[in-house]
Design a binder for this molecule. Sequence first.
Ligand SMILES: CSC[C@H]1O[C@H](OP(=O)(O)O)[C@H](O)[C@@H]1O
Length: 411
Amino acid sequence: MSLEAICFDRSNSERISVKVLNQLLLPYTTKYIPIHTIDDGYSVIKNMQVRGAPAIAIVGSLSVLAEIQLLEYNSSSSVTKLYNLENWEFTKRALNDKLDFLLSSRPTAVNLSNSLVEIKKILKSSTELQHFDRDMYSYVCQLIDEDLANNMKMGDNGAKYLTDMLKNDGFEEEFAVLTICNTGSLATSGYGTALGVIRSLWKDSLAKARKTSSGLDSKRYPKMNHVFPLETRPYNQGSRLTAYELVYEKIPSTLITDSSIAYKIRTSPIPIKAAFVGADRIVRNGDTANKIGTLQLAVICKQFKIKFFVVAPKTTIDNVTETGDDIIVEERKPEEFKLVTGTVVDPEDGSLVLNGSGEPISGKVGIAPPGIDVWNPAFDVTPHEFIDGIVTEEGVFTKNSHGEFELQSLF
Ligand SMILES: CSC[C@H]1O[C@H](OP(=O)(O)O)[C@H](O)[C@@H]1O
């Protein structure tokens, strides 16, 4: 098992190496794909071999650094013909075009766009390739290190906010939470956003349990003791990735179908007190684009008076777009809906069927008639009216008396 979506060897600043975990093969196969060029970065992002708004920005940025270092130490590489290393202005124009191409890989998540804006500023101020290389190395190291640090801050911010709120409401029991898609280590530089809050809630529960069992503290506290991740059709980030992370961390969890949310809330023996979801783009009024199914979860939570939190770093904020009506929602290929990618298992006992090399076999099965049209949006947009709080590394933002988010300090 590995929860490291991105392996970045930065030990030699002039010859970095990058490889990404092929998430299409999870949870049964752990295989990494090397990233040497911007085209490599585009391909793994477009194919969703790596996914998750922050991870997309990190891999995209690393692919730029990898390409310019390839230019410097391998003049015979295939990418060299795109540039004229004797003419820096020509090379800068060609690199700008490649950055625009990289942006087109997945248009909804704003993190990649925000990173490419920063990279274009670095490129514009660079006087030569080595200068651009050096500043890009600093930029990607800072992007990765800040993402991890921010995720841990967000996790603790969200966990404290919820447990304080429950305690103030006089709730001192064990509770469960819901989450959709994958927002953990496999979608970021580590720890995660919404799943980071769940990691922090679980750490908090274990600490409280230790105090109680050691007799240090007899008071009762609200403690998260279960997670209900949604499978998240059609790409199944929840069943393939979030469940994988929860099993890895030994956090008590029960995987549920997207269609069973309301019935689970109505019948759960453990009170469900909150839903934590990630974001691909939060616009100025707090409307949020996130994985398809998020809006449905938000509507159901409102119906059952369950708190609904969006968890995202400032790098996911779009401070230009006013409302969610103007967010471009990516539509994916129909095949990603009509064909399910998985790993072949023996129907008798669920054991893995291995190929001649002893490796699991990845395959696709059809689940819809070839002639049927499908609608396959990768995201939906949740209006801020359905969002109770936006958890960031700067703290938890809630709406004012007019029902509006005031996010200016994040812009
Ligand atoms: C911290 S991941 C944020 C966000 O990105 C995911 O999208 P995808 O899996 O399509 O890359 C998902 O919507 C997560 O909530």
